[in-house]
Every structure is written in C-alpha cells, then in structure tokens.
Design a protein around this ligand. Structure first.
Ligand code: G4P
Length: 547
C-alpha cells in the first residue's frame, strides 16, 4: 500500500451531534482519555464551564480561542487517526454547527437515556440524513434511570425514521445496570464500581455467556431478562447490515455512560471498526480555461491530485493581526505545506502557507496532511464557505454547500449614518464568509438590512465584528419571524410584494442574489398564503442560488 492509501484507511473523521446536556462534551473527553490524548478527564469540562461563565462579550477572542482549539480534535487510537469535529450547541449554535457536518464521514449521535430524541438532535440528524452518512448512536447516562432500551429504539424509528441495531445490550436493572452483552463478540462484560468518578478507565471483567459465574453475579432474574431481550432482538429486530449502516439507514446502537466510563471503550472500538474512512466526493463542475462544465464524476480520496473544500471561516483569532483562518477538509491527495493549488472561486492559484492543525489544546504548524484531515489556513480574505481548492492539473468545483434555513431575524443599521460605507462593506464581508445570511426588505434602501441566522450568537458576533473590524456601531432590532420561504410562481413570472397575496402577513425580502423570500412568524402562517396563491411554490432553501 502506498503512503496515501495507508493514511486514508486509518482515518476516521466524524462529529458528535446531540441536544445540549446529553453528554457530548463528556463523551468527547472520554474518547480523548481512552485515546491517551489527555491523562485525567476533566480538562475540557472545565474549559467549557469557564466558557459559559464568561459573560462579558469583550472576552470574545478568548472564547473563540477556546472554541477554535476545540473545534477539531485529533488523536490516535489503535492505529487509527481520529478527527473529531466540534458541533457547537447551546448559545453557540450557528450555521457552523450544520456546516461542520458537510466535512465529516460519519456522525455519533448522543442521546440522554431519560430524554430520548430532543429538538436539536432532530435538526442535526436531518442534515446527516440528507448527506446519507453513517450515524452511530450512543445512549448515554445509563447510570441513571432512563427510558427502556426497547422504547428508545422505538423512538428512534418513530421520531427520526431510522432503524437501529443494538451492538450491545444493558444487563441488570434500569438505573443500576451492571454491564453489557456484546452482540458481536457474544460475551458479557461486567463493570466494577466507578471508583475514580470517571477519571480513569473503568475496570471490567469479561465472561462467556455460558459461564456459570454470570448467573451468580447478575442473578437469575436479570439473566433470564437478558436472554428474553436477546431472543426478541434476534427474532424481531433488524439484521446487522453494513451497507445499510453505510447509507445511514440503520444506526448501530450502543448503551453506556460517558460520565462513569461504562461502555465507552466498547463503543470506541466498535466505532473505529465500523465507521468509514474518508469517502469519495461528488464533483459539480469541471473547469478548463474559462469553461465550467457540469460533471457527474467523483474524486476518490486516493487520487494523487490534491483537493479540499472550505467549511468554516474563523475570524479574529488574533486581534493584534486581525487574522482569519479558513478550515479546509482534505478530500484527496496529500497536502503539503506551501503547495500551490487552484482556488476556483477566484479562478487563480494560491499558496497554502502557514497551515495549522490542532492537537487537543495546541495549535501547531504542520507540513503534511491527508484526506479526512482538517487544516486551518491563513486567510487574507479570499476564501468563502464551500470554496474548492484543487490540483492545477485537474480543476473542478465540488457541489455547492447548502444554505441552512435561518430561524432568527433582525433589522440591522449603522447608528451613525456617516458610517454607512464601512457598514455596507462589513456586512458584505460577513455575508461572504457565511457568518450571516443577508436580505433586503423590498422597497427599503441600503440604510438597513435584514439579517438571518440559525442561532442568536451570530448576532452578537455580528455586532462585535462590525465594531472591532469596521468601527461601526449598529442598531439591531430583533424581528418576530422564525420561518423563511423562497418563492417562485410555477409559470416563471416574477414574484413581487404586489402580486403575492398576503405579502403583508409577513415581511417580503430579497436574498443577496435578488431572489424573493417571505419571512413569517410560523409555518402555520403559510397555510393562508398557500391557499390564496395557487401558482406559488415555496421552498426552505433557494431554488437555485444566483437565479
Ligand atoms: P453536552 O456537551 O452535550 O452539553 O453535555 P455535557 O457533556 O456537558 O453533559 C451535561 C451534563 O450531563 C453534565 O452535568 C455531565 O456531567 C452530565 N453527564 C454526562 N454524561 C453523563 C452520564 O453518563 N451520566 C450522568 N449521570 N450524567 C452525565 P452537569 O451537572 O451539567 O455538569 P457537571 O457538574 O457534571 O460538570
């Protein structure tokens, strides 16, 4: 095997998705603990606590410093190179959270056993589903009383529409499980008490199922219950099917407790075995000279020709230099420091200098990287979300990034009208970076804009960056809308505030490409509009960008 194929086959690049408080941070930390990247659990947790404790917005750089170093964690485990991409939740929830999912090959969905599938999990799951990536489910907090495993499986199917295959099964009494039955290895693992408060690996003992000691350890009743459950799963449950897992139609299910290290190692090992290495990517256009031709090719990760795309831009990493980092996901070939590549958006070559990677908490300059890896590049203001970087011998563009429907809207204007020029420049820059989505209210000039986001933190970032980078104070008025619908008439005629019945039931705006969009307070308000505009088509995303 060549160096490239060896490196690709050992990479696992994934994100952990969950609703806040389900245990994403704790599980991440435990994976690092087992991977040997940290010695004592607790360090990420305390950083997280520190982050939430910081209320003064002027501390944003510090906070970003933290969120950046933790946005990609890389470590080795059992010969594999693991890249975990952070998907910020809580008040940090933003489009970046969704976009990160464009850069992974699989996702781990963490559910709180007592709460099951929650709102944010649903949103993130939907994005993974659209990409058909494998989703692994970790049911967390098994040390406490929760919903029954069978009910949770039912919930996955009913709420998310995904079938599950339990890889292990909890043994004992709900709230005080003693161990797990491993369905792949056909053996029982019983855990000793967690004597280190989760700071160390949990000690366990392994038994074959016919070992008489098992019954004396777990009791006849629990043994019989386990037997009944397993029979039920074998007879009525889904069959293990690797192809279905690869397509994201069947989720391998694990039970455990991140806090007490119950079932964490089992999860990590099986995950590494089943999760895919970097996958081929679809190409949208091939470029030759000035010509851009639609393509239906894919680029394989082991193609010698380098390619990558930008999935995240982080500004203000260092306030003294106003630097910006563009995070790229490598898709094919080998990345080498100072290499020159073709940047499709600008139509010219760029040199990739100062590439950085993140190892636990440290940033470091790297010399090489491989498909599946995430690299931070110094960005002089040329990169945009979704941009393709590729070998000059084969120029192409990956499929465009989807835009994620904004759910929060605000009217933004410069406090001082004399600063309008800087204001417009700043807004344009932040839109290009993908930090906000920009709309114009029809009939209103450029004094004010409507800004859409998926999370409220994006507004705070907007205010802060306009002030610090463009020296503009803004007035921001939140709008009551939560739903945006792109509009078109089925006969191709233009949609305007005048010919759209009920345009005044929401706000009629144009996106940055001039496409008509209606903002309304709830999906419910769309019913009237639909009934009174029979030729109208409504979409959660632009029908086609730049249309
Ligand atoms: P998040 O990143 O998904 O938001 O969740 P996080 O890991 O921060 O966990 C949220 C809370 O759930 C934390 O408690 C954490 O300790 C707890 N937790 C995580 N895994 C388990 C588990 O397996 N069992 C139990 N019982 N609790 C778990 P907290 O009170 O918010 O913080 P802390 O006081 O523990 O630091």
């Amino acid at each position: 095997m060549s160096e490239l194929t060896t490196e690709i086959s050992r990479r696992r690049t994934f994100a952990i998705i969950s609703h806040p408080d389900a245990g994403k941070t704790t599980l991440t930390e435990k994976l690092l603990l087992y991977g040997g990247a940290i010695h004592l659990a607790g360090s990420i947790k305390s950083r997280k606590a520190a982050r939430h404790a910081v209320s003064d917005w002027m501390e944003i750089e510090k906070q970003r410093g933290i969120s950046v170093t933790s946005s990609v964690l890389q470590f080795d485990y059992a010969g594999c190179r693991i890249n975990i991409l952070d998907t910020p939740g809580h008040q940090d929830f933003s489009e970046d959270t969704y976009r990160t999912l464009m850069a992974v090959d699989s996702a781990v969905m963490v559910l709180d056993a007592a709460k099951g599938v929650e709102a944010q999990t649903k949103k993130l799951f939907k994005v993974c589903r659209q990409r058909h990536i494998p989703i692994f489910t970790f049911i967390n907090k098994l040390d406490r009383y929760g919903k029954s495993p069978l009910d949770l499986m039912d919930e996955l199917e009913k709420v998310l529409g995904i079938q599950s295959y339990p890889m292990n099964w909890a043994i004992g009494i709900n709230g005080a499980y003693q161990g797990v039955y491993d369905r792949t290895k056909n053996r029982i693992e019983l855990f000793a008490d967690d004597s280190s408060h989760g700071q160390k690996e949990r000690v366990s003992e392994i038994f074959m199922t016919d070992d008489p000691e098992v019954i004396s350890r777990i009791g006849q009743e629990n043994f019989d219950a386990l037997h009944d459950d397993l029979t039920l799963l074998d007879e009525a449950g889904e069959k293990f099917d690797r192809d279905k897992i690869a397509r994201g139609e069947l989720t391998p299910l694990f039970f455990g407790s991140a806090m007490t290290n119950f079932g964490v190692k089992n999860f990590l090992e099986e995950f590494i075995r089943l999760a895919p290495p970097p996958q081929p990517r679809k190409i949208a256009f091939e470029i030759s000279g000035d010509q851009k031709v639609t393509s239906n090719m894919v680029i394989e990760p082991d193609d010698q020709k380098f390619s990558a795309f930008v999935f995240k831009i982080q500004a203000n990493m260092n306030p003294a230099h106003r630097d910006r980092l563009a995070f790229i996901r490598i898709c094919s070939g080998k990345f080498e420091r100072n290499m020159s590549v073709f940047h499709s958006a600008e139509g010219k070559s760029v040199k990739l200098s100062q590439p950085q990677q993140f190892l636990a908490q440290d940033r470091q300059i790297i010399d090489e990287a491989f498909p599946g890896d995430i690299v931070g590049l110094f960005d002089p203001g040329i990169f945009g979300i979704g941009d393709t970087l590729c070998d000059e011998r084969f120029k192409f563009e990956f499929e465009e990034f989807p835009t994620f429907p904004p759910e929060k809207f605000a009217r933004v204007q410069a406090r001082d009208t004399m600063k309008r020029k800087q204001f417009i420049k700043g807004i344009a820059q932040l839109t290009q970076e993908g930090a906000i989505q920009l709309f114009h209210q029809a009939g209103v000039g450029t004094e004010s804009f409507i800004v859409g986001t998926v999370g409220t933190l994006q507004f705070e970032v907007l205010i802060y960056r306009l002030k610090s980078e463009y020296n503009v104070d803004v007035i921001l008025e939140m709008q009551p809308f939560e739903v945006a619908r792109w509009l078109r008439f089925d006969d191709g005629s233009e949609v305007t505030p005048e010919n759209l019945h009920g345009a005044d039931r929401g706000m009629f705006v144009l996106d940055r490409f001039g496409n008509p969009v209606l903002l309304v307070e709830s999906e419910w308000s769309l019913g009237w509009i639909r009934d009174h505009n029979p030729n109208l088509e409504m979409n959660q995303n632009p029908f086609s960008k730049g249309e």
